[in-house]
Design a protein around this ligand. Structure first.
Ligand SMILES: NC(=O)C1=CN([C@@H]2O[C@H](COP(=O)(O)OP(=O)(O)OC[C@H]3O[C@@H](n4cnc5c(N)ncnc54)[C@H](OP(=O)(O)O)[C@@H]3O)[C@@H](O)[C@H]2O)C=CC1
Ligand SMILES: Nc1nc(=O)c2c([nH]1)NC[C@@H]1CN(c3ccc(C(=O)N[C@@H](CCC(=O)O)C(=O)O)cc3)C=[N+]21
Length: 297
């Protein structure tokens, strides 16, 4: 059998960013409005620093304003909440993202709930979680939304397909399952207590792996021809004698590529889609805050 088609998240996200840039340009020319994204980073986690830098770069490239707030690791919770209250009131800021994870002394849920739901471009506020579940005008979490765009581009109508989401976090697994349900998939959510995970995964036409365990999903768990979305971002040591680290997903790619019909690589799959969808959410939030219609993006 021939190898799986690679789902190119770099290429797809570049196209999405182009469409966003065009709309940002139109907003500025016709309404004198520039969408603005505020990103808050607390502490010096190196991975978080890399993500925040790349979000800033992409935001500016798209013609939006980027406001990055870097706070020391020992910032009191109160101070962070005060900063968020200021961003909520700032008319130049249409989207607010607080980079996770936060230091242990800060209650992440409290911080998320302090963000104005209209500016919650991560889609983590309970109002947006509720709207997604009930089918309202939600801001949808970026990683699941980006994953869904890749699936629809590849498969078209998803109605009736068997989807297995591995992982039930609030930021990936649960919203991913909601989106697939909205698309009329038959959805199974698997997690660390799931019995016989390989047998559950073998039913799936669509597998979304969001576990955080390097290469956990094996090739022989997959139904031949299925579509695999690998959300995992795991930094592991390169095989000896090489030095340094490399990124791998939650799926054993070399095995899976011989069984699946299509698969996202890591890197270059879901990761770049997450950032493009963050920009999309910022544009959508800006348009809604200004009561402006938006072409479909
Ligand atoms: N590409 C991107 O843009 C993004 C990538 N990520 C990556 O996605 C991965 C998942 O992230 P996130 O959802 O935040 O992770 P969490 O750690 O919050 O959740 C992991 C989930 O996996 C489940 N799990 C753990 N071990 C197993 C197992 N052996 N079998 C089945 N399920 C298991 C857990 O189950 P239980 O609930 O029972 O503990 C949990 O629901 C990580 O690698 C992360 O780096 C995350 C965000 C964005
Ligand atoms: N409030 C909040 N919102 C988030 O959306 C959020 C967060 N916190 N905390 C951390 C996770 C992780 N995340 C990624 C974004 C981009 C890539 C990405 O661009 N990855 C590239 C490669 C990156 C590299 O080389 O290190 C790729 O997969 O091709 C990955 C992961 C967003 N997250």
């Amino acid at each position: 059998m021939t190898d799986a088609t690679l789902i190119d998240g770099n290429a797809f996200s570049a196209g999405l960013r182009d469409r966003i840039r065009a709309q940002v340009h139109t907003l500025r020319e016709t309404r004198r409005i520039t969408p603005g994204l505020a990103v808050v980073l607390v502490g010096e986690d190196p991975a978080s620093q890399v993500y925040v830098r790349s979000k800033h770069k992409r935001t500016v490239e798209t013609g939006m304003e980027s406001f990055v707030h870097t706070l020391p690791a020992d910032t009191p919770e109160d101070e962070l909440l005060t900063l968020i209250a200021g961003l909520n009131r700032d008319p130049q800021v249409h989207g607010i993202l607080v980079q996770l994870p936060l230091p242990r002394h800060i209650d992440a849920q409290k911080v998320i709930e302090a963000i104005d739901p209209a500016k919650d471009v991560d889609g983590f506020h309970p109002v947006n979680v509720g709207r997604l579940a009930a089918g309202g005008e939600a801001l949808v979490p970026c990683t699941p939304y980006g994953s869904l765009l890749l699936l629809k581009d590849r498969l078209g109508d998803l109605s009736g397909l068997e989807a297995v989401v591995i992982g039930r976090s609030n930021i990936v697994g649960k919203p991913m399952a909601q989106l697939l349900l909205q698309e009329n998939c038959t959805v199974t959510i698997a997690h660390s207590r799931t019995r016989d995970l390989p047998a559950v995964v073998r039913r799936a036409d669509i597998v979304v792996a969001a576990v955080g365990k390097p290469e956990m999903v094996r090739g022989d768990w997959l139904k031949p021809g299925c579509t695999v979305i690998d959300v995992g971002i795991n930094r592991v040591a390169k095989p000896a004698p090489e030095e340094g680290t490399r990124l791998v997903g939650d799926v054993a790619f070399a095995e899976a590529v011989t069984v699946a019909g299509a698969i996202t690589p890591v890197p270059g799959g879901v990761g770049p889609m997450t950032i493009a969808c963050l920009l999309r959410n910022t544009l959508v939030a800006c348009a809604r805050q200004n009561r402006l219609p938006l072409d479909a993006i």
